[in-house]
Design a protein around this ligand. Structure first.
Ligand SMILES: O=C(O)CCC(=O)C(=O)O
Ligand SMILES: [Fe+2]
Length: 369
């Protein structure tokens, strides 16, 4: 998906050109590309209107000829534009970058459905929770203190994820997953596509709150900390999630699980396969098998995502609920977290009963039965 690349003009005046760099203008400030195009078309034929960067607040208006650009700049620069919500536009000439200087276009087509990505083990269910449930889930976590990381806020349930060691402390169990997520666990257990649903164990929950434009570094969730399936429920705002996988024999960067480091710019080398999927609010993503173990996943730092030719603005925040299974811990089996304590009791009683039975058999033989 190639957007033309324009250089931001240097100096105040810039060099005359048919392309204008227009700041304070774009989808992120409520101005559609069509509306912008129609206003600028009054000065001459417009070739196209493009996002100047990922902010959603700066566009490039590209004219067929320079005179039109000059007229538009003269008429619209530095004053409120009534046809564009009264916004003050800041306009300069912009220059199409010569091919040698063109930055690697790091945007790739974004799919709406998981099957298009061809990544085994990746699933996405839209509208997994209703708008009302979403509201209730957000209210529930907003009632609980957040832990602030450098760029986002988190809450941990079940077991705390320790960012310093990229692991969980399995000796410190923080209790069952909260009752406000029980219905989600119950619903996951009913997903018919997941053959062996009875074996799904989810005993750790990380809630992430991302402010607008904040992403997540490429990583594979730590193998030694988590096993099995990883479910992530998106709430409040949309984002895109990208996946990348290096070809055999090519070294992957060290898995950067749940770190706070700056999102790396995606590797454009031909040895890297890249895919992207749009995660709307209320959708549930599942990473399993190859999707979970062989592909890095990350959320690019964008305020606006280009999805099927539409610019989709990230909300003021995105909250995700990521459910995982801590390696080696077998309690709290889905279907119902509400029933989890019952399971634990039952398992405990059964164990005690078998141990007692074994002792009695050892002492008295089978005769006492
Ligand atoms: O926010 C998300 O959906 C993904 C979070 C994630 O990848 C993680 O916590 O490891
Ligand atoms: Fe992850």
């Amino acid at each position: 998906m190639g957007l033309p690349r324009f250089a931001r003009p240097k100096g105040v005046d810039g060099k005359s050109s048919p392309n204008l760099y227009v700041a304070n203008c774009g989808p992120a400030v409520g101005l559609s590309i069509d509306a912008i195009s129609s206003v600028f078309s009054t000065f001459g034929e417009v070739n196209g209107v493009y996002a100047a960067d990922e902010s959603g607040t700066r566009v490039i208006v590209s004219y067929i000829n320079e005179n039109a650009a000059q007229a538009a700049l003269k008429a619209l620069h530095g004053r409120p534009c009534p046809d564009l919500g009264g916004r003050f536009l800041h306009i300069q000439y912009s220059i199409l970058q010569p091919p040698k200087q063109v930055h690697t276009n790091d945007s790739i087509p974004v799919s709406l459905v998981a099957s298009e990505l061809n990544i085994p083990g990746l699933y996405l269910w839209h509208d997994f929770v209703t708008a009302k449930e979403e509201e209730e889930l957000l209210a529930a976590v907003d009632d609980i203190p957040w832990r602030c990381l450098a760029k986002r806020k988190v809450q941990h349930y079940g077991y705390e994820f320790l960012y310093e060691t990229r692991n969980v402390n399995t000796r410190q169990h923080m209790g069952e997953l909260p009752s406000f997520v029980s219905f989600i666990l119950g619903r996951i257990a009913l997903i018919s596509d997941l053959g062996d649903a009875a074996n799904i164990v989810l005993n750790q929950l990380t809630v992430n709150e991302y402010p607008s434009g904040v992403g997540l570094s490429p990583h594979i969730d730590t193998h030694s900390a988590f096993e099995g399936l990883i479910f992530s429920l998106s709430l409040a705002g949309p984002c895109i999630m990208e996946f990348r996988r290096h070809s055999e024999g090519v070294c992957l960067p060290k898995p950067n699980s749940d770190t706070e480091s700056k999102a790396e710019s995606p590797d454009s080398s031909s040895n890297v396969k890249r895919r992207a999927i749009y995660l709307p609010p209320r959708s549930l993503l599942l990473l399993s098998g190859e999707a979970r173990y062989a592909w890095h996943h990350y959320i690019p730092h964008h305020k606006v995502d280009l999805v099927k030719d539409s610019m989709i603005r990230r909300g003021s925040r995105r909250v995700s609920f990521t459910f995982r299974k801590v390696r080696g811990i077998h309690f709290f089996v889905v279907p119902s977290a509400g029933l989890a304590s019952g399971f634990v009791c039952l398992q405990f009683i059964l164990c005690m009963y078998l141990i007692a039975l074994k002792i009695l058999i050892d002492l008295f033989g089978y005769g006492f039965l």
